[in-house]
Design a binder for this molecule. Sequence first.
Ligand SMILES: [Zn+2]
Ligand SMILES: [Zn+2]
Length: 187
Amino acid sequence: MRGIDLTGVTFGRLTVVSEAERVGSGRSTQRRWNCVCACSGQTVVLQTSLRSGTTRSCGCLQRASAAAGLTARNQSRAQSVDVPAYGTVHNRLRREYGPASGYTCVECGAQADDWSYDHTDPLEVTGLDHGHLRPYSLEPGHYEPRCRSCHKIFDRAQCELRALSAREGTGRQDQPTALARSGRHDA
Ligand SMILES: [Zn+2]
Ligand SMILES: [Zn+2]
């Protein structure tokens, strides 16, 4: 396949500056392009992702849409290929802190089952975990040990809060904290 030249072409917030090293070999070789984002971020994107509209920013669009609480379908379309996967982050957590089962749940004091994202990272990303789109953080410091049932309750409360703030079009900090806290945390 003789390639076209995408230099100077704009896709969403990205403008192509030059061709990057290809990946793969033989018939599965994929062309990639160095792009600059409207936010002045830089990223390397597969040509197929650019032309299909899968990747339209350096990652700042996903962060903005996650904050705005867009639907899961829109988020998966905007998902960047460059962000570490949910599973990757959790493997790193286990490496740095050990398994969550070595800790007690921050809510109820029982043995913890999971590392649970605290939903406070301003740079959080959204990704697939066992078929579900979830917000998560790339920073191990944004995780706390929780037992399975407290983890579920906590995540559900955070999602409701997020939907609420998206509907009202204001920042999360200004929202009533009744849903998120609901008196579960004694600290
Ligand atoms: Zn950007
Ligand atoms: Zn618990």
